[in-house]
Design a protein around this ligand. Structure first.
Ligand code: GUN
Length: 285
């Protein structure tokens, strides 16, 4: 079997153009412009690229968008004070603090400081609780984007074996809950999982978020599986590559995401969608 490619870029474009129309309507009918503030601490090159893309997409969709770039010598107290300022500012409906943060800053405290209603990343424990109790409100953007892709390509999850590699709070754990909600049987694997290739070989849907270039080979992929590659690694030539050996996996899979052009564009799209939803909720239209 040679897999069909899941075109995340095209789907993101479609959703963002619908969103642009909804934003224009919200503005003309109610005078509200969704506002997103993105806070970047330090000069991590990958984070700088992500943050620039978020701002560019937000502006293109008609949002107010502000990026606050802070030196990595900023204290935790100063950062918390900036977050509090935007918690109170009604012009901003979403606050995103780009991770990772420098080691002298406690990221759990930072996430806790964000008003859960403005937590468009869905990382606040209040939003985690909503998600795990089956009433999702703000959902981490990468898993939310993956669910949109699975829906668009009509992947039936009912009773299917879904295996996730990676148990992060950003991808793996929320992904597990979203798949569970669709009645998949979920296995959440990690670095200590035994016989990982064998476990993955039983997956109807395989989600790979391990952060290691070309980690998943054909030995991990079942014939006909749906393979979602969350990896964003730079190879020796500086090119963006995923966690999956694409050519090998595509020989076996029925559907597969490319890198770039798969999961990445959908993450930003869901960030914008959630900021728009937060703006709507702020005026309870
Ligand atoms: N770093 C890597 N992915 C993410 C994300 O989705 N949100 C934030 N805030 N930081 C990240």
């Amino acid at each position: 079997m040679t897999a069909k490619i899941i075109d995340g870029k095209a789907l993101a474009k479609k959703i963002q153009s619908q969103l642009t129309e909804k934003v224009a309507q919200l503005k003309s009918e109610h005078g509200i412009v969704p506002g997103l503030v993105v806070i970047l601490v330090g000069d991590d090159p990958a984070s700088q690229v992500y943050v620039r893309n978020k701002e560019r997409s937000a502006l293109a969709a008609g949002f107010t968008s502000k990026t606050i770039r802070l030196s990595d010598s900023i204290s935790q107290e100063e950062l918390l004070a900036i977050i509090e300022k935007y918690n109170q500012d009604p012009a901003y409906h979403g606050i995103l603090v780009q991770l990772p943060l420098p080691t002298h800053i406690n990221d759990k405290k930072v996430i806790l400081a964000i008003d859960p209603k403005k937590d468009v990343d869905g990382f606040h424990p209040m939003n985690t609780g909503h998600l795990w109790s089956g009433r999702p409100l703000m959902v981490p953007c990468t898993p939310a984007g993956i669910m949109e892709m699975l829906q668009e390509y009509q992947v039936d999850l009912e009773g299917k074996n879904a295996v996730i590699i990676g148990r992060s709070n950003i991808v793996g754990k929320p992904m597990a809950q979203l798949l569970l909600d669709k009645n998949a049987t979920v296995t959440l694997t990690h670095s200590r999982t035994r016989h990982l290739a064998r476990v993955c070989k039983g997956a109807d849907v395989l989600i790979v978020a391990i952060g290691q270039e070309n980690f998943v080979t054909k030995d991990y992929v079942k014939e006909g599986a749906v393979v979602i590659d969350v990896g964003m690694n730079r190879d020796d030539n500086g090119r963006l590559v995923g966690d999956v050996k694409f050519d090998e996996a595509a020989e076996l899979a029925s559907l597969i995401t490319p890198v770039p052009g798969g999961v990445g564009p959908m993450t930003i799209t869901m960030l914008l969608e959630q900021t728009y939803q937060a703006a709507l909720r702020s005026v309870s239209l």
